[in-house]
Ligand binder design. Structure first.
Ligand code: DGL
Length: 274
């Protein structure tokens, strides 16, 4: 069983591509919806959440975990790999940032725009990964309002179109960006609004490329997972009914029964009475 982890239900859009590419594999998806959004959180909190969620997926029996969340991949992937998937470990943690950077470089003629959460942009991870691959220019823009708009289910409204246009008018002002990397799990839902605001721009959703890469990775590493019956198990830390309702938009089909798992907290609750 392959684990897929995201801050909430946005990663179900990534899972849709993974399941299409690997229909016989079993997947366990964990959305940390009780603590989403991740995009404005500080790195230490994200490392903590990342450890808890990856451990949860290992406890479920996954030996490979795909971190579908861009924010978590940018901040914590290396840490999670060092902690859980070092030499001799029988587990692996894979992320979305290298596939995303590779897909953008493949598509671009020279200047890549990146839209993402504030934390992803501040990390500079996409800029760094793209720089390793070629001489492309990279310009980033934190687009903090976009994920919440999609979470509300407002991607096909004037609110979404205005927010997208405002961000892109600024980002694309000098007219040289040819490719836009959608650096957040929610943004593929905004593709019509983005395409309308920026006609002619090549839009890159990392998810299909990540799926291709995962297929190739499993061929190279057959010991980490095997074919199953195409079963999907879905866990979330927030309200499971709301998760199932919203998640279906991302997965493109109804979700199985969503199981609630507790958010771990290291802080004792309540007050001390003296
Ligand atoms: N899943 C997050 C990402 O891809 C977006 C939503 C959030 O801020 O939690 O960056």
């Amino acid at each position: 069983m392959i684990g897929v982890y995201d801050s909430g239900f946005g990663g179900l859009g990534v899972l849709r591509h993974l399941r299409t590419a690997l229909p016989k594999r079993d997947f366990c998806y964990l959305g940390d919806s009780g603590r989403a959004p991740y995009g404005g959180r500080d790195p230490h909190t994200l490392l903590d959440f990342g450890e808890q969620c990856v451990e949860q997926l290992f406890d479920e029996g996954c030996r490979v975990v795909v971190v579908a969340c861009n924010t978590m991949s940018c901040i914590a992937l290396r840490h999670l790999q060092q902690r859980y998937a070092g030499p001799g470990s029988d587990k692996r943690v894979l992320g979305v940032t290298i596939p995303g950077a590779e897909a953008a470089v493949r598509a671009s003629r020279g200047h890549i725009g990146v839209i993402a959460t504030a934390r992803t942009v501040a990390s500079g991870t996409y800029v760094e990964e793209i720089r390793k691959l070629g001489p492309h220019r990279v310009t980033q823009r934190a687009t903090a309002l976009l994920a919440p708009i999609v979470e509300e289910g407002w991607e096909d409204t004037d609110v979404a179109r205005l927010a997208v246009k405002r961000y892109l008018d600024e980002l694309l002002a000098d007219g040289t960006i040819d490719t836009l990397l959608l650096g957040c799990t929610h943004y593929p839902m905004l593709e019509p609004a983005i395409a309308a605001a920026a006609p002619g721009l090549t839009l890159v959703d990392p998810a299909p490329y990540l799926a291709e890469q995962l297929v190739a990775w499993l061929v190279r590493h057959p010991a980490f997972d095997h074919e199953g019956a195409g079963v999907l198990r879905v866990l979330c830390t927030g309200d499971p009914l709301a998760f199932a309702r919203h998640g279906a938009r991302f997965l493109g089909e109804p979700l199985p029964v969503v199981v609630h798992v507790g958010e771990h907290t290291h802080a004792p609750l309540g007050q001390i009475v003296r």
